[in-house]
Design a protein around this ligand. Structure first.
Ligand code: AMP
Ligand code: MG
Length: 408
């Protein structure tokens, strides 16, 4: 038996798995399909924005010099020279002592350098009366003030959300280069597993992990390859792995990584070189397997439903995000105040599931009813994990803890 069971910290495990993956290649897609994708290029502006001085308000474009001596008691009277709507252009130069009616977004007429909003003027016949001084560029969006020419606006490795979609359009980019979505193979193991919604023999259970993993893989920006479920026979698992290997950028299994005789992933990789078996000092999720099958990274999650999901979120997800090309691979973490004591049984890393609520801009967390790693309800009741390192103080009522919301 070649393969020892290794003990490393979850931080080391995460570092190892991150080091083992490289971002996948890229493809061009239309921007309307780009939400949630990771930019494979940094996007620059081709021209400054705004292109020219524009009005930020509905009002009158003027020479600010003309208002120098305006006051409540001695308003300045300017002659109205015309009207400029958004998208229109006024020819000629605004003469001194004149004002042009201007709409929000319209280009300033040549010569004008200031806009006085409608609320601050009074009309008097064909003239406008202005009652106060206004500085140069008052209510003007100056050319280039928002985005410079050839400026990097969107960084490679960042995720495209609605604002980035709008920005790509604004930058006149109908298509964008994004990382392709990594394909992640998922296989469940266990003789006791059966199909969902089908009659099963006594003691058998639905293969729920695979559905959780389909969701988790998708939520990490990857495309799941459903490798189905296999029993606890190493040869059959190996065949299934070989079947999805050519299509997969990463492979995940659940179950069979503990120390029992029937543990199929363990049994299989006892005989093979490139996958190691681990027991991490964490709760939940101690037993894990990690390595390569051929050139493809492989991670064996524990079978307990909560352990599988927690180890995915804490250790595998950052690696899949790196694989997907994301520059920022970590999930957000918040500080939250404990409203009910969390059980703390060990001095290991623990990731108890917590319900969270926000009050007055502050987050509060309490433990979900069950913290058993076999109890899937402990995940469905939870909003996230509390992250306890071996040196974290006991998470008792009134203390602050690190909370990691469940990615959706
Ligand atoms: P294992 O790690 O294979 O020893 O499994 C640990 C526990 O998780 C056992 O109670 C299994 O029945 C359960 N389990 C393993 N795989 C799955 C799965 N795909 N869906 C639901 N429960 C599972
Ligand atoms: Mg099993």
């Amino acid at each position: 038996m070649r393969n020892r069971i290794l003990t490393i910290s979850p931080i080391t495990m995460k570092r190892r798995i991150l080091a083992a993956v490289r971002p996948v290649g890229s493809e061009w897609i239309p921007i309307e399909l780009s939400r949630g994708r990771i930019l494979a290029e940094s996007v620059r502006s081709r021209y400054p924005s705004p292109r020219m001085h524009c009005s930020a308000m509905d009002g009158y474009a003027v020479h600010h010099q003309d208002l120098r001596v305006a006051s409540r008691s001695k308003p300045i009277r300017l002659t109205v020279w015309g009207e400029i709507g958004a998208g229109e252009r006024m020819r000629g130069k605004l003469p001194a002592d004149h004002a042009a009616r201007i709409m929000t977004g319209a280009p300033l007429p040549s010569g004008a350098d200031c806009v006085v909003p409608l609320e601050r003027i009074r009309l008097d016949g064909d003239d406008v009366l202005l009652f106060e001084h206004a500085p140069r560029f008052n209510d003007v969006r100056q050319a280039g003030s928002e985005i410079g020419r050839n400026q990097i606006v969107l960084l490679g490795g960042s995720m495209i959300g609605p604002a980035q979609m709008a920005m790509l359009a604004f930058l006149d980019r109908p298509r964008v280069r994004v990382h392709r979505r990594p394909r992640v193979g998922i296989i469940s193991t266990g003789d006791e597993l059966g199909a969902v919604g089908q009659r099963r023999p006594y003691g058998h259970i639905p293969d729920s992990n695979r559905y959780g993993l389909l969701g988790l893989v998708e939520s990490a920006g990857c495309v799941p390859i459903d490798g189905g479920r296999v029993g606890d026979q190493p040869a059959i698992l190996w065949k299934r792995l070989m079947r999805i290997l050519p299509r997969a950028d990463f492979i995940i299994t659940s179950g069979g990584v503990s120390v029992g005789d029937r543990d199929v992933v363990k049994a299989l990789f006892h005989q093979k070189e490139a996958v190691n078996l681990y027991r991490l000092p964490i709760k939940p999720g101690k037993p894990q397997a990690f390595g390569r099958i051929g050139r493809t990274p492989f991670f064996g999650l524990p079978g307990n439903p909560v352990s599988a999901m927690a180890v995915f979120d804490l250790i595998v997800r950052p690696a899949l995000r790196k694989l997907a090309g994301a520059a920022n691979v970590e999930s957000p973490r918040w500080t939250a105040t404990v409203t009910r004591d969390f059980p703390r049984k060990t001095r290991q890393w623990e990731f108890p599931r917590a319900a969270a609520c926000e009050r007055g801009g502050h987050w509060f967390v309490s433990p979900v009813a069950s913290q058993k790693s076999s109890d899937l309800k402990s995940m469905t009741d939870a909003d996230g994990y509390v992250i306890l390192s071996p040196s974290s103080p006991p998470p008792v009522r009134g203390t602050d803890v690190v909370f990691m919301p469940l990615p959706t």
